[in-house]
Structures are given as structure tokens and as C-alpha cells.
Design a protein around this ligand. Structure first.
Ligand SMILES: Nc1ncnc2c1ncn2[C@@H]1O[C@H](COP(=O)(O)OP(=O)(O)OP(=O)(O)O)[C@@H](O)[C@H]1O
Length: 261
């Protein structure tokens, strides 16, 4: 479903991902943990094509290939303009991936329903009626059927994040990326958002990659936990083993620090 094959990503002199290889199978839920700056968000951003691997001649610079459903993408020779066919191809692959960010990134001038219907109308070619029907059922799933005509500014942070989740799902992605989706929320709003995500995890077979500091949530929903440090996987395993019996000192120290927070 997802494959990183010896991916190297640099920002200037900083090597953020260092010959990183891993696979994610269809339907897997994988949690990425690790200290700040270890490259977790960069992995998600590469999958969303918000960042690119841009190989150059220098063997130390960017390299490797990322595959989604067997198709290579995010491999862009530096300086090349995207030709239309390649852009179309990338758009096709990108449609398979949905992302929810820490900041909700809703369109502030559109009502809730419109926030969720815009993508399906413009990117999937659904009619306004079809998109509205789909959006309403997703907004019901996230518990916001009574907010269709509200603007984002009229909602709490937790409600806005639930709209963002419905908006990502409205594109029918095969893969859902969640990047610290509760970090910007007041503590009392976190539980509702996590409950919605638990429901989605339990009721769909969508593949998920999560970056989260909510360890009990990660333990509940993930099949696998990968611990990153400096752009490499230090340790990986099932959630019970990783959270109860981590083997590597860096994982032990990281979890101690997070749990003491
Ligand atoms: N666009 C960019 N330009 C320059 N440096 C960047 C860019 N994006 C990320 N970085 C740097 O790359 C490193 C890895 O960042 P990344 O956001 O992937 O880490 P992270 O593990 O998600 O951290 P956090 O837990 O704090 O979100 C950091 O040192 C960051 O400053």
C-alpha cells in the first residue's frame, strides 16, 4: 500500500530522512513516534506531495522512491517543471491519500457543509447533490449534523477538527494521515475527536498513519508502532510490546518523557 525505499530527504545540510525504508500493508494502522525533529511530519508531507524527494548528483542528497499502491511518486528531478501528464498522474495518486493536520485548515469563508463538499465536487467530479449527500452522512458520523450551516469560526476547536476529518474522508481516500490532530485542542475537547477517530478505525478498513502523543489512543488503534530518531527507525513492533516492553534505550527514554508530561 505504501512503500518507502531508501528515502533520503534533506533540508539544506540537514538530513531529515536517512535511507529510510518501510512498508505499510492495506488496512494497517501505524503510529509514528519519536522526538521532535525526527522526521515524522516530513514522512506524512511527502505522502501528501507537500514535500518532494529531489535527487541530485551528489550521492548524499535526496534519493530513494516512495510508492503508493505500487505506483512510484514523489520522485522529482530538481528543477524539472511538472509536465501535464506527470501532474495528472501525481494528482491520481494523491487522491488516494487524505490528511488531517494539527491546525484544522478549514476554509473560513465557507459553511461547514461546503467545506466538506468542495473537494468531491472539484477533484472527484461529483454533482453538488451527490457531494452534499455524502457530506451529510460523514458529518453525521462525526456528530455534527446540526452544524451544516455554521461557519468554522462558530465552532469549537474540537468541532472544527471533526469537520476536517469529515472533509478528508469525503475524498474517499485509501490512506488517512493524521498529524497530531489533537495537539492544538483544549484538553476537554480531545476526547470527542479521539472517539470519532476510534469509530472510523473500528468501522472502516482505511489504512492509517498517525503521528500522536496520545499514547493510549495509539495503543488502542494501531497494529504497529515505529519509533524514529534522526530520520531512521530505531525500533518497531506491536503496540503492546512497544509501550510495555520497549527494547531500545532511545524508545524507553522517549516514552518515559512523554508519559511524564
Ligand atoms: N520546509 C522545511 N525547511 C527546512 N527545514 C525543515 C522543513 N520542514 C521540516 N524541517 C526540519 O526537518 C526536521 C524534521 O521535521 P519534522 O517536522 O519532520 O519532524 P517531526 O518528527 O514531525 O517533529 P515534531 O514532533 O516536532 O512535529 C526538523 O529539524 C525541521 O526543522
Amino acid at each position: 500500500m505504501i512503500k518507502f525505499d531508501r528515502v533520503v530527504k534533506q533540508f539544506g545540510d540537514l538530513t531529515v530522512l536517512n535511507q529510510l525504508s518501510f512498508d505499510v500493508d492495506p488496512g494497517e494502522r501505524v503510529t509514528l513516534i519519536g522526538p521532535s525533529g525526527s522526521g515524522k511530519t516530513t514522512i506524512l508531507r511527502l505522502l501528501m506531495t507537500l514535500e518532494h524527494v529531489t535527487p541530485q548528483r551528489d550521492p548524499k542528497s535526496d534519493g530513494g522512491v516512495i510508492y503508493v499502491e505500487g505506483k512510484p511518486f514523489s520522485h522529482m528531478p530538481k528543477g524539472d517543471k511538472l509536465v501535464p501528464a506527470k501532474e495528472r498522474y501525481l494528482r491520481q495518486v494523491r487522491k488516494k491519500v487524505g490528511m488531517v493536520f494539527q491546525q484544522f485548515n478549514l476554509f473560513p469563508n465557507m459553511k461547514v457543509l461546503r467545506n466538506v463538499t468542495e473537494g468531491p465536487v472539484h477533484a472527484l467530479g461529483l454533482s453538488r447533490d451527490e457531494a452534499a449527500e455524502k457530506a451529510k452522512s460523514l458529518l453525521e458520523l462525526v456528530g455534527l449534523s446540526d452544524k451544516l450551516d455554521n461557519y468554522p469560526s462558530q465552532l469549537s476547536g474540537g468541532q472544527q477538527q471533526r469537520v476536517a476529518i469529515a472533509r478528508a474522508l469525503a475524498m474517499s481516500p485509501d490512506i488517512l494521515l493524521l498529524d497530531e490532530v489533537t495537539s492544538a485542542l483544549d484538553p476537554e475537547l480531545v476526547a470527542d475527536v479521539l472517539a470519532v477517530l476510534r469509530d472510523i478505525a473500528n468501522s472502516t478498513s482505511i489504512t492509517m498513519l498517525l503521528v500522536t502523543h496520545e499514547m493510549s489512543f495509539a495503543r488502542d488503534v494501531s497494529n504497529r508502532v515505529m519509533m524514529f530518531d534522526r530520520g531512521v527507525i530505531v525500533e518497531e513492533g506491536g503496540p503492546d510490546q512497544m509501550f510495555s516492553d520497549p527494547q531500545e534505550a532511545r524508545t524507553q527514554d522517549f516514552l518515559k518523557a512523554v508519559l511524564a508530561d
